[in-house]
Ligand binder design. Structure first.
Ligand code: FE2
Ligand code: FE2
Length: 297
């Protein structure tokens, strides 16, 4: 039974539609935020992490499907799976473009792939009870990561600094289309976790794993990209101070905001619908060039 302090999962007739978007990267400059290699590559870490990460979400949620006893939640999970599968492919195409520009992302991708498959993958040889527990634990990790993807999505939808800096419009559409869908489906992983285990400790453990893991992977990813960028010759070294200054100019999310958002995840009355705006997300999706082209197919 849910504890008294837990919110009731919100089922507000969420219908998640996978939008089969396409982007043309042939004219994307390597530094798609002009003269801002560190900001560009800090955001580019998304393209390194998301294809493997979101395919892992899809595998975990497919494993969890038989455990769902609420028909509406099951529909939402299926919609979530459809959206995340398309997100992974959209970011994968950017990786191929980076390779064509002389930046080989494979050494980092191999590490991320190993991590998601071996460390966070399905464990063979478990009893039925252990397997159920293992799946719920991984759903809790996804729920906490989805708190961050919704935070980043909300930031991408409200980032006029990127427009002022004349960031590439196709990349902005990818970030905002994806960000809008992250805001749109931000409750699904959390509601699934609460459906399978309403306990507060599960939520805390999910964030205790996801928060430090994401910071670690992100820092490594930024270092990797700046070192592998053939135009920089290893001259740009990332520092926290510079990342903070870039954040103040509106080209990256600010650490303080992100940390405060992570802390809100621990509040007893937390629910993902308290973060971001569904109506803003849907209104972006109604005007996104890629989403509109997908709808016209
Ligand atoms: Fe996604
Ligand atoms: Fe997501």
């Amino acid at each position: 039974m849910p504890r008294a302090t837990e919110p009731t999962p919100v089922h507000d007739s969420l219908v998640l539609e996978p939008r089969d978007v396409r982007f043309d990267w042939s004219r994307l400059p390597l530094h798609w935020i002009p003269d801002e290699p560190m900001a560009t590559h800090t955001i580019n870490v998304l393209h390194l992490l998301l294809p493997e990460g979101e395919r892992w979400f899809v595998r975990v949620f497919k494993e969890a499907l038989p455990m769902i006893t609420d028909e509406q939640l099951r529909e939402e999970v299926l919609g979530f799976i459809g959206q995340e599968a398309i997100h992974a492919e959209a970011h994968q195409e950017v990786l191929e473009h980076l390779l064509a520009q002389g930046l080989d992302p494979q050494p980092y991708i191999r590490q991320v792939s190993w991590f998601f498959r071996r460390v966070l993958g399905d464990k063979p040889g478990l009893t039925a009870t252990q397997r159920r527990e293992n799946i719920i634990e991984r759903v809790a990790v996804v729920a906490a990561v989805e708190h961050f993807t919704a935070f980043l999505g909300n930031w991408a939808l409200n980032s006029p600094g990127l427009d002022r800096a004349q960031a590439d419009p196709t990349m902005l559409d990818l970030l905002r289309w994806h960000g809008a869908e992250e805001v749109e489906h931000r409750s699904v992983a959390y509601d699934l976790m609460v459906h399978l285990d309403p306990g507060y400790l599960r939520r805390v453990r999910g964030m205790a794993v996801s928060g430090p893991l994401l910071v670690h992977l992100w820092v490594r990813g930024v270092r990797f990209l700046l070192a592998a960028d053939p135009t920089l010759h290893g001259r740009v070294k990332p520092t926290w101070r510079e990342a903070q200054q870039i954040g103040r100019r509106g080209l990256l999310p600010e650490f303080g905001r992100m940390t405060r958002s992570a802390v809100r995840y621990f509040k007893p009355g937390y629910h993902p619908t308290q973060e971001g705006s569904s109506s803003q997300a849907l209104s972006y999706l109604a005007t996104s060039p890629a989403a509109r082209a997908a709808a016209a197919h």
